[in-house]
Ligand binder design. Structure first.
Ligand code: HEM
Length: 481
């Protein structure tokens, strides 16, 4: 169970007068040379840090081999680091190095001047204004998921939610960003998701490795990963090839999606967009758009499935919004689905799919009164602040209404302590797409099915693999019609 901390004593000051150094901070006992490395079981990393935060407070340090890491669960300090990019902070540099080796150094991991043109293109492509024309496609993808679940409900088959949802999100991202709908929901067998699923766990392993062993010696797991990476690159290259062909065969004055915008920019001198950048960003978008949204949906279902009252409220909200339709009929109707978004936000307060953010300062800084030389690894935990009564009233209760703008009963409500989409200049550009996808899927689910977990909740465990996912999410659906 996540940690819960209350009281001002746990909060670190943003006042920079009282300077301490990293070695003044408390630290769990480690070993000479190795530091705390052997205690860091990666799939449970966020849980280990949260436990240490209970013991040592909101600021402590760990040893990662020879490196000293600043570990922090203070929401204000996280906001400072996120907002003071790119001048004073950046993502933890191994993220860029590891992404580069995987040919995936796109907008998420790239730093400095190269980042700006990529960010501009991605922001334009994922802007909410594109969603109304995209809605019929997204509705079609949701309809497919409905058909699949309807079949499972009628045949009393357990639905592997974690698996179905990544198929949904890959179809949605590919359709919006790359202009084609791969229909992996209805495809059986070898789909690209099984290779994409290898990337985040390996990123997690390599980003946290004190020595980049894989560069000198390939273990069987590295070779298996290389095969998945190869399959992803083939998939990305064929997406690009088909997009080039569509642009030749059906020319358009304005790019119709992100991939066309990148291909158009690449043909202009000094755009900063090269073929390598395009490959990296197609891969980045596939990864960034897939797991995060799918796991958020899966965790939300974990709460809905265990709460019959909430299910009834959501059923009512969806039938009020849809009338006789089985899923959201028009783009305008999405606005009627606020309750569904509140439920996803509340679920992610307890089960954050991004439990850790990895950063480092690019100049010497003082953060929370601690002097941090440029290049110090900064690991931020996101959940402790979200479960702290200084930031959220009645933090232990699942109260979706707390997210409604006019709702003043549950106080305090410090939205800055909710950093699931990051903050500042690099805040997640896919958050609006994710919100629309989640509203559509959850409203379709509630309109048509009641649900229950097919295993006891205690069997569902948190696994950290860059994002935080459930180890399993088997669900039984019952048709309401
Ligand atoms: C519930 C779903 C999602 C969550 C929780 C999430 C979370 C995040 C977080 C925490 C960051 C880092 C932000 C920062 O450094 O301040 C991020 C960045 C990013 N996300 Fe998302 N994300 C989600 C969905 C998506 C989707 C659907 C897409 C695109 C299809 C996407 C694309 C990106 C990209 C490209 C970045 C890098 C932005 C940059 O560095 O400039 N995300 N996301």
């Amino acid at each position: 169970m996540p940690i819960r901390r209350t009281g001002a004593a746990m909060s670190a000051s943003t006042n920079d007068d009282a300077i301490r150094s990293l070695s003044d901070l408390p630290s769990p006992r480690g070993l000479p040379l190795l530091g705390n490395m052997l205690q860091l079981d990666l799939p449970r990393l966020h849980l280990i840090f949260e436990k240490w935060a209970e013991e040592f407070g909101s600021l402590f340090t760990i040893g990662l081999g020879p490196k000293r890491v600043f570990v922090c669960s203070d929401a204000d300090l996280l906001q400072t680091a996120l907002r003071e990019r790119p001048e004073r902070y950046r993502r933890y540099s191994p993220i860029e190095a590891v992404s580069q080796e995987m040919k995936g150094n796109g907008v998420f991991s790239v730093e400095g001047e190269e980042w700006r043109p990529q960010r501009r293109l991605v922001m334009q492509a994922l802007a909410s204004r594109n969603f109304s024309s995209f809605f019929p496609i997204l509705k079609g993808i949701t309809e497919r998921l409905h058909r699949k679940w309807d079949h499972s409900a009628k045949t009393n088959e357990v639905v592997d939610m974690a698996k179905d949802l990544v198929r949904f999100t890959v179809d949605a991202t590919t359709a919006l960003a790359f202009g084609e709908d791969p229909n992996t929901i209805e495809e059986s067998g070898d789909v690209i998701q099984q290779h994409l699923a290898e990337v985040f766990p390996m990123m997690m392993k390599r980003v946290n490795a004190p020595i980049p062993l894989w560069r000198y010696l390939k273990l069987p797991s590295d070779r298996k990963f290389d095969r998945s990476l190869h399959a992803i690159h083939r998939h990305v290259e064929s997406l690009i090839e088909r997009s080039r062909k569509r642009m030749r065969d059906q020319p358009s004055d304005v790019p119709r999606n992100l991939l066309e915008a990148m291909l158009t920019a690449a043909s202009q001198p000094d755009s900063g967009i090269t073929d390598e950048v395009i490959v990296a960003n197609v891969q980045t978008l596939l990864l960034a758009g897939e797991d995060t949204t799918a796991h958020s949906l899966a965790w939300t279902m974990y709460f809905i499935a265990q709460d019959k009252q909430l299910q009834s409220r959501l059923q009512l909200a969806s039938s009020d919004a849809f009338g006789s339709s089985q899923l959201c009929p028009t783009f305008e109707d999405i606005k009627k689905l606020d309750l569904f978004e509140y439920v996803t936000q509340e679920a992610s307060r307890f089960k954050p799919v991004v439990p850790l953010l990895y950063m480092e300062p690019v100049v010497d800084v003082v953060l929370g009164g601690v002097a941090l030389p440029s290049g110090t690894p900064l690991f931020f935990m996101l959940r402790p602040a979200m479960l702290d009564s200084n930031h959220f009233g009645r933090p232990d209760e699942f109260l979706p209404e707390r997210w409604s703008a006019g709702h003043l009963e549950v106080q305090p409500h410090d939205s800055k302590a909710y950093a699931q989409f990051g903050a500042g200049p690099r805040v997640c550009p896919g958050r609006n797409l994710a919100a629309v996808e989640m509203r559509l899927v959850l409203s379709m689910l509630s309109r048509n099915f009641s649900m229950e977990l097919a295993v006891g909740p205690e069997a569902i465990k948190e696994i950290a693999a860059f994002t935080m996912m459930p180890n399993t999410m088997p669900v039984r659906l019952h048709s309401l019609h």
